[in-house]
Design a protein around this ligand. Structure first.
Ligand code: XMP
Length: 520
């Protein structure tokens, strides 16, 4: 249990509930998202929030049986902010009226103007010359009568009760979504809300670090922990944190499957062994993996082959560590949030991402997951706090199956060598042009096709490759990065001149969806 001031977000199933948590964490406020079904009176008492937020949601409060917060939420004596469905449910529960049907829907950009009344929640709002704020609306129903005790503080053409509040009870309710970027001044509204609720901003990385270390020590005692290192930010930060907590009772296992980028294995090993002095097993199993992948062309079979071998190899090395009782994983908060899903039915598997799932039970290990409460950028902040090199922290994400899924068709040692070199040139170009941090992920894919070229006076017949670079917030959707033609031309020339085996370079301009980021 954390000792921070805590804010509870009750999730009614909005697509953007996670963004509320993001905005609050940016204000150094600790919050957790919980689905409305789990928030009972007993849960509320246990959680003891200092403020509550009701998220939006896709249902209609006019439908019998639609989601409700527990009555105890209104009796807890803490400030509440209702957003969209959260506003409507608050009004309905407190004696107002919500209507659906013709003319009540409003989607997209809208402008809110203030009423005569002033409200501290709106400090810093309406300060522009036209005294209006752009907001993002997405609602089918609307409030047609506000609950007793409430006043209106802002209106929009489609939502006469766009901003309402009962200042005495510190209940606030807005029809729009202040958490999205299309409500440019939304962060200010959250800031005012948490200030009104008395939050001091005590959620900082240095306090998190101390607390996490204390918790790891409590959980693990003098037992041993093993940690699978991938070289990515999450497992690296988890390892350094755990090492700080329990020293050499931590052993890391770095499985090199032969599908890593240029110099990757050396960099990881140097950092952990030499820089941090963390016990590390460098398991060079590239022959095993590459042999198993011979003749495999199907992307899912590649993933499954790699995933299974990874577990076997990890287990083999872990068995050498006497008395290990815990397995550390870099699980993040977005993986933990049990958000409400209204879509029903299992979603289609596009790609089966591989992890070390299944290992803990199989090996009788307990899990240590010190990053479970953090978002990705918070993990990076913690990494900085722990002194990890900046270059390491800012690294683009790299998939578990590595270069195997950047080599459509069969993965051969020859193609991997070419791919590694081309990728290194491309990343070097991106760094030289100062673009690395603007890009979510950039890599080269080597295509299973040879093309004809001419170099000097001779004919070439070599592989074609595709450059990929995307911007994204979370990898779920992505857009291609708009490099200049100069950059692309210069990079293509460098790759063809410097990398033997490639004579044609293309740039992939597919967004996600309909494409995916990786080629397989
Ligand atoms: P896609 O290609 O699905 O990628 O748009 C989204 C993000 O996930 C990464 N990715 C993987 N990560 N195992 C992983 O650990 C995988 O099998 C895998 N496939 C894709 C990808 O690099 C991107 O960041």
């Amino acid at each position: 249990m954390t000792q921070h001031q805590r804010l509870l977000i009750i999730d009614f199933g909005s697509q953007v509930t996670q963004l509320i948590a993001r905005r609050l964490r940016e204000l150094n406020v600790y919050c957790e998202i919980h689905p409305y079904q789990n928030v009972t009176e007993a849960f509320l008492n246990e959680f003891d929030p200092q403020a509550i937020i009701f998220s939006g949601g896709p249902d209609s409060v006019t439908r019998p049986g639609s989601p409700r917060p527990p009555t105890a939420a209104f009796e807890a004596g803490v400030p509440i902010l209702g957003i969209c469905y959260g506003q409507q449910v608050m009004m309905q529960e407190l004696g107002g009226l919500v209507e659906s049907g013709h003319g009540t829907a409003e989607f997209g950009r809208a402008f809110v103007t203030p009423t005569e009344e002033r409200l501290p929640l709106l400090d810093g709002w309406f300060a522009n010359p036209d005294h209006r704020e752009q907001v993002w609306m997405s609602h089918g129903d609307h409030v047609s009568k506000i609950a007793p005790g409430f006043q209106v503080f802002g209106t929009s053409p489609g939502a006469p009760f766009a901003i309402t509040a009962d200042p005495d009870r510190r209940f606030y309710a807005v029809q729009f979504h202040p958490e999205v970027h299309h409500t440019p001044n939304g962060a200010k509204l959250y800031e005012n809300f948490v200030r009104a609720a008395g939050f001091t901003g005590d959620w900082t990385m240095s306090s998190y670090r101390e607390e996490a270390i204390r918790k790891i020590r409590e959980q693990v005692g003098d037992k041993k922990v093993i940690c699978g290192l991938s070289g990515g930010v999450d497992s690296s930060v988890a390892a350094v944190l755990i090492h700080e907590a329990i020293g050499d009772n931590l052993t890391c296992v770095f499985v090199d499957h032969g599908l890593l980028r240029q110099n990757e294995a050396e960099e990881v090993v140097t950092m952990f062994r030499d820089h941090y002095n963390i016990p590390l097993i460098h398991a060079d199993e590239s022959e095993l993996f590459l042999t198993a992948l011979e003749g495999v062309t199907d992307p899912e079979i590649k993933r499954k082959t790699i995933g299974k071998l990874f577990i076997d190899v990890f287990q083999k090395y872990a068995n050498e560590i006497d008395g290990a009782e815990f397995l550390a994983q870099g699980t993040l908060y977005p993986d933990v949030i049990e958000s409400v899903s209204f879509s029903g039915g299992p979603s289609v598997t596009i790609k089966s991402h591989h992890n070390v799932g299944g290992l803990p039970e199989k090996m009788g290990l307990k899990l240590v997951e010190p990053l479970r409460e953090l978002f990705k950028d918070e993990v990076r902040a913690l990494g900085r706090e722990l002194g990890l090199p900046e270059k390491f922290i800012r690294r683009h994400p790299f998939p578990g199956p590595g270069l195997a899924i950047r080599s459509p068709g069969e993965v051969t040692r020859e193609k991997l060598d070419i791919l590694r070199k081309a990728d290194a040139v491309y990343i070097d170009q991106i760094r030289k042009h100062g673009l690395y941090d603007e890009i979510w992920q950039a890599f080269v894919a080597i295509l299973p096709v040879k093309t004809v070229g001419v170099m000097g006076d001779g004919r070439t017949y070599d592989y074609a490759c595709a450059l990929r670079a995307v911007t994204s917030v979370d990898g779920m959707t992505a857009d291609y990065y708009p490099f200049s033609h100069d950059f692309l031309g210069e990079t293509a020339t460098r790759i063809i001149n410097e990398v033997k085996g490639i004579n044609r370079v293309t740039y992939d301009i597919t967004s996600k969806p309909p494409g995916t980021i990786e080629w397989e």
